[in-house]
Structure formats: structure tokens, C-alpha cells
Design a protein around this ligand. Structure first.
Ligand SMILES: [Zn+2]
Length: 83
């Protein structure tokens, strides 16, 4: 029972870490992880945005794509600050 709780809690931390690395709110994903456990970890991997040029996954806060060095904002800045 305790081990299950530790794993569940660990999932929340991992989800928060992945999300914050991708530019999402770590706190929000931590809470999300507490509710959904492993599912939140998997969903955290899908968050973030894709580069409009090379389609690689980049942080939502990225201005320049780390892979192709092009502007990750695209033609117009559609990212509205949510934080
Ligand atoms: Zn790119």
C-alpha cells in the first residue's frame, strides 16, 4: 500500500518535471499527476508544441527551434501567455 503510494506520488513528480521541461506549468502537472498517476506522465510527454519547420517537439516557451534554428513562433505569434 505504501509502495503504491510512493509510485503514485513519484508519477506526479515525474509528470511535473517533464511538463516544466517542456514549458508547461509544473505545479499544474503535479496536481494532474496526483489524480491520474501514470496517465499524467504519458500525457506530459505529449505536451509542448511542434516546430512549424522541422516538426520536432520543442518547449512552448521556445522562440527558436533548437534543431533547425528557425523561429519556432511561426508566421504569427499565436502563443498567448497563460502563466
Ligand atoms: Zn525546427
Amino acid at each position: 500500500m505504501l509502495l503504491g503510494f510512493i509510485i503514485w506520488f513519484g508519477c506526479a513528480i515525474i509528470a511535473a518535471m517533464i511538463a516544466s521541461e517542456r514549458g508547461s506549468s509544473g505545479v499544474l502537472w503535479f496536481i494532474f499527476g496526483l489524480f491520474f498517476g501514470v496517465i499524467a506522465v504519458l500525457l506530459a510527454f505529449t505536451c509542448g508544441k511542434r516546430c512549424p519547420f522541422c516538426a520536432s517537439k520543442i518547449s512552448t516557451k521556445a522562440i527558436v527551434c533548437p534543431k533547425c534554428q528557425k523561429s519556432a513562433l511561426g508566421r504569427k505569434n499565436e502563443e498567448v501567455k497563460k502563466d
